[in-house]
Design a protein around this ligand. Sequence first.
Ligand code: F6P
Length: 320
Amino acid sequence: MKRIGVLTSGGDAPGMNAATRGVVRAAIGRGVEVFGFQHGFRGLIGNELFRLESKDVSGIITQGGTVLRTARSKDFMAFAGREQAMQILTENGIEGLVVIGGDGSLAGARKLHEEFDFPVMGVPGSIDNDIPGTDFSIGFDTAVNTGLGAIDRIRDTAHSHDRVFVIEVMGRRNGFIAVEVGLAGGAEAVLIPEVPYSLLDVCDNLRSMRLKGKRSSIVVVAEGAARAVDVKDFIQKNTGFEARYLVLGHMQRGGSPTAFDRVLALRLGAFAANRLISGFRGEMAGVDGGKLVSHPLSYVLSTERMVDPEKLLLVEVMAQ
Ligand code: F6P
């Protein structure tokens, strides 16, 4: 392999730049040229490519977002769009592609591989941490720490006013972020889409905590479970406690990546590039118990990753 491409796709995640750096420097180290496509698959279809030299990835390890830019491409979802993408890859002499992104982006990579027998490697980049085949996806740790910083601040004001605060975090259809920030932030309740919950039970618990002397409470809600404003209204109406809510939203996607995310991303990016150059294809790089692993995209995309129920139980025990 003489020339490979790299792109970031879907929602950006802190650490994507470190992953790009990992891909670029590992490939150049093996004498392979790297081209970056801007705006993910949309830019691939639109031939938005540029050569990436080693110096182009200097200093990006500290930056949030993705210098390659990203997008969610509707055109790439159609076969005609993917044919166009293949043409661009062929015309530019690109023999393999590293795709950094979440499950939708990895599904796009899988299609290129299966429909055109094109060599691809996936790198899991998503704050949601819902990608099977890896213990962590790039950006999760940073998003959790960003959410935690917000909760710690809210705790101060909640406590001063004897209030209940409902905080909505991202995570799409999953509760990985919610459970992690809930545990780390000492939340009194965490609501996630994967596990049924009763708001009446939440209210009962908040009432009994007040009776035991707890003056303020934090309820963390995953965006896929409920809207924070609805939970806040329900709690206020049913308990009579003064309540407020906060939707953290896209701020969780920004900011300089944590050391954990930087190292994870560098390792995954370099590993993916090395495997691609060595002839492996149709896989996603991941970590399992700290060790680098690689799984077929077909396996990754047909498996579900579940929140650890022990963690959710621990939230309840700790809230007593
Ligand atoms: O997948 C990452 C994520 O941030 C989810 O947590 C969230 O539901 C979604 O992307 C938001 O997408 P958009 O940036 O397109 O609004």
